[in-house]
Design a protein around this ligand. Sequence first.
Ligand code: PEP
Ligand code: MG
Length: 879
Amino acid sequence: MRKFVYQFSEGSKEMKNLLGGKGANLAEMTNIGLPVPPGFTISTAACNDYTINNKHLSESIFEEVKIHLAELEKQTGKIFGFAENPLLVSVRSGAPFSMPGMMDTVLNLGLNDQATEGLANLTGDARSAYDSYRRFIQMFGDVVFEIPSYQFEQALSRIKKANNYRLDTELTATDLSKLIDVYKLIFNQATGTDFPQNPMEQLRLAIIAVFDSWMNPRAVIYRRLHDIDASFGTAVNIQAMVFGNTGETSGTGITFTRNPSTGEKKVFGEFLLNAQGEDVVAGIRTPEPISALEEKMPAVYNELIHTCELLENHYLDMQDIEFTIEKGKLYVLQTRSGKRTAKAAIQSAVDFVHEGKISRQEAIMRVETKQLHQLLHPTFDESALKKGQIIATGLPASPGAATGQIFFEAKEAVQAAERGIPVILVRNETSPEDIEGMAQSNAILTAHGGMTSHAAVVARGMGKCCIAGCAELTINEKEKTLLLPTGKMLHEGDSLSLDGSSGKVYLGEIALREAQIGGHFDELMAWADAEKKLIIRVNADTPVDFKKALLFGAEGIGLCRTEHMFFDEKRIPYVRQMILAESLSERESILATLKEMQKADFSELFRIADDRAVNIRLLDPPLHEFLPKTEQEIEQLASAMSRTVPQITKRINELREANPMLGHRGCRLAITFPEIYRMQTEAIIESAVTLHDEGIDVHPEIMIPLIATKSELSYIKKEMKQAIHTIFDRERVMLPYDIGTMIEIPRACVTADEIAEEAEFFSFGTNDLTQLTYGFSRDDATKFLADYYEKDILPKDPFVTIDKNGVGALVEMAVTRGRMTSEHLKMGVCGEHGGDPESIQFFHQLGLSYVSCSPYRVPIARLAAAQAALAEKQLVSTN
Ligand code: PEP
Ligand code: MG
């Protein structure tokens, strides 16, 4: 018979796919002798069996659960459903990949009216027994029957208010007993049935609810955001309960073995006395820092610190550990690799290498490429910050700086972000339902909750700035108001600035400044550079972008889009005149002006590049991007060109195209007007000659866009060579240069062997190649692609991550055919995919020589290229 259920002692940390992360680690901790309450895991295979059987939990699986439950009774000496000495269990989800807070948990399962009385008699602590029962009714109602939690919370608030209590812990046994009656009434009204008293039925329903939670909307969104495969399913962990809510020698908490914000090597965490698990994460009471436990329970504190060391050394990674103290005894309920900021990820990985615990290669694999964004993004401009008005201080839950307009509901935050508004999501506390709003916001601000609250954990995972537990602010989510300690009231749309590293909240907008990197980051990047095979270049057309990219480690320019150099306000009139010119002589006189501008541009880029590669692409504008649009622009152009407005309008109409992206752009312009590329070629070579005279050797790569046939390239190249050799003859020099082509039209891929006869290099323009392979407009596809993802027709945006089977296959074909003609043909990628880690892995596998991407993505590309090389060597497994 197939096995679906495993005692903790039967598993190990290697069995994540079958037992989920939580189950595998509970098994591992059990086996290394840590104080883990006993239990068992229902495997992910059972979840998949449930899904395949139309959401039916098979009897044979449930029978297996019962056998393990009987074993658990033996281990604990308690009996499930027996009033006098009841076994209570927790039922927790646990997927192969950590999805914090996304799926469901039920605690204290097994309690009913009789068992609660039995427990109270047994322990002599009626208050704890009632407290556990009321929590169970709420969690079970919420998880299994989807009764909104606020209904229970309102009842709790009412009873506290009536008794003038501030804290839940002030409720007496009598209060809790009354509360249980109210909760049962809420349950009955919502479900039409009484709260189930049969523990076996409770267990069956809870297991089903956890399986169902795998497909709940917030879990689906989380998986989409984190690229997690939906086919895994979740495991369910059934574990004997231990109670943190049995007085002041009990409690519960979470610790990280290192600081998850900074990476500092120091145990970091928080705890609450007389509380159960959810209290810490839910942020209802503000927890105490872990250091306070040392004074309150020194022996437990020391054991906890020892456990942290032991687990970190065992897993050789920063751990996030959940614990409960029951009447002075420590239990470990969970360990997992701790979610961390990019800064902490880098610092801890580098420190682990220095501590001799992991190799450099492992450190490289450990840092998530996508996370690096966090480090590279701006912080507040210091002088602007000095003038900023601090209105409140909360917990620095996730670093970074952000400024934006405040919104109080996740849905409205999403809508505002879609309108291009920078958003700060302001909530009393966040819950997993807010996940999309959090993803779309620049920052998150909450009034309640600690450093391990939902808001803090999720924001750190997303790399978003977050301030949590900012209790000085009074947030009214319904009225959409934020009351400051000064009495000033803010409304939706007002601006705030947040410093997630200090926890300070500022009124209004504060200017941001570039990120500063160095130290551990540079060290890790140097290790990455030693491993990677791909060269990382930058797509840059301005000195500012190029210099920034060099700081980020770019090794040259892979794409300088010369049309971008013409967008400047002072230049655009000349470009328009050039486009609208009616005769060759008119066009040539304007081109002469433009040539001087281009020469200055190129000289500056060459100077910055020094001996690094610079690839300059000749003009590739969809013409409509340059044509005048307003009446005023047309009038100005008419007067500059000594024409009438109707004459200009007529010419504009002649040039108007139905599909400009498929129109008279790229090399097609040069077929009609060879003088344009001639001018640009002369500008490149003449500036190269100037630099040569200054003692700087440049070796320009000149790139022709949108080539579909070898004959286009032959025609254009001949014209260019003539211009180049005229300059060499005139200047009496010979400089090295390459003329190559973009490969961005499917026909060019198919005929790459022919094109390679003329091209000295290929650069894959995967943006146009994706557009033309799918027939999806680059400018419009986002409008309908969302439906494709929702309906599982496409897994992800093919303009972001290369479509390996289609577009990728064309790239591969072009590589193979290109090499058939010219074995050592230089090939790279300059489309957006050149900065996407998954695509970079693919390009590495194809053996390309470089990828080129925007400046901020250069470090990401360096790390991704190193990870691709290491994955290939299989030195370390991907984490
Ligand atoms: C491309 O098409 O991938 C490319 C790099 O060129 P552009 O985005 O300028 O069309
Ligand atoms: Mg292109």
